[in-house]
Ligand binder design. Structure first.
Ligand code: HEC
Ligand code: HEC
Ligand code: HEC
Ligand code: HEC
Length: 107
């Protein structure tokens, strides 16, 4: 009986830990940018700590791979520049965060 309780407790703890360490993705993501424009360093951790729903950005699901796997390749998906500017600058306007090119494209 004691043994069963211990096993149940262990299973419970493993489940709790798995939940706590669920994949929240990378802390930061660096997009290379292009030409004269600098790369964009996106603080992933900071943005989701703001309480933004994962699905606002990961609109096809968090495990669907990188944005560029569709945006830029799948003709049904708008080009990455248009999609990202709409998403990122759209919220920044609303929240009064940076909308300057150099605010994101750090040279
Ligand atoms: C403000 C937008 C935004 C929010 C909110 C957000 N993410 Fe992300 N996430 C991104 C972007 C952009 C990337 C980089 C994808 C790429 O490399 O193309 C990313 C990358 C990831 C990756 C790595 C994917 C890969 O294949 O490399 C995971 C996992 C992830 N996010 C999980 C989450 C989870 C879980 C949440 C919610 C708790 C969340 N994200 C909230 C924008 C966001
Ligand atoms: C809120 C952040 C943000 C702001 C502000 C912003 N951008 Fe971007 N921009 C991005 C992101 C993220 C990408 C996609 C990253 C990539 O493709 O390297 C991107 C992509 C681009 C691209 C395409 C690069 C490529 O790889 O094809 C161009 C060109 C561009 N931006 C120009 C501008 C200009 C010009 C401004 C100012 C008028 C500006 N951006 C303001 C975040 C921003
Ligand atoms: C599996 C393919 C796929 C992936 C992965 C994907 N997208 Fe999309 N995305 C699409 C398609 C297709 C559309 C156009 C149809 C729609 O709105 O659903 C779209 C539309 C969008 C739009 C709306 C653009 C507009 O003009 O209304 C935004 C913003 C966007 N995606 C951002 C992202 C971001 C950010 C990521 C990565 C975190 C991402 N997408 C990952 C396929 C994808
Ligand atoms: C749901 C709203 C929202 C979305 C979507 C969003 N951001 Fe932000 N972002 C913010 C807020 C709020 C801040 C913090 C403003 C402050 O406190 O100064 C911020 C800050 C930043 C900063 C730091 C700016 C500075 O002044 O130092 C960068 C860079 C940035 N975001 C890039 C991005 C990129 C790239 C995307 C799209 C992949 C994105 N953000 C999408 C809300 C958002």
């Amino acid at each position: 009986m004691k043994r069963i309780i211990l096993v149940a407790l262990a299973v419970f703890l493993v489940a709790v830990c798995a939940q706590a360490f669920a994949d929240h993705g990378p802390d930061t993501v660096v997009f290379p940018g292009k030409g004269k424009l600098g790369s964009v360093t996106f603080d992933h951790l900071f943005h989701h700590e703001q309480g933004t729903e994962c699905a606002l950005c990961h609109h096809t699901g968090v495990n669907e791979g990188q944005c560029a796997e569709c945006h830029g390749y799948d003709p049904a998906a708008p080009h990455i520049q248009d999609a990202f500017h709409l998403l990122c600058i759209g919220c920044h306007k609303h929240k009064r965060a940076t909308t300057e090119c150099e605010g994101c494209h750090v040279n």
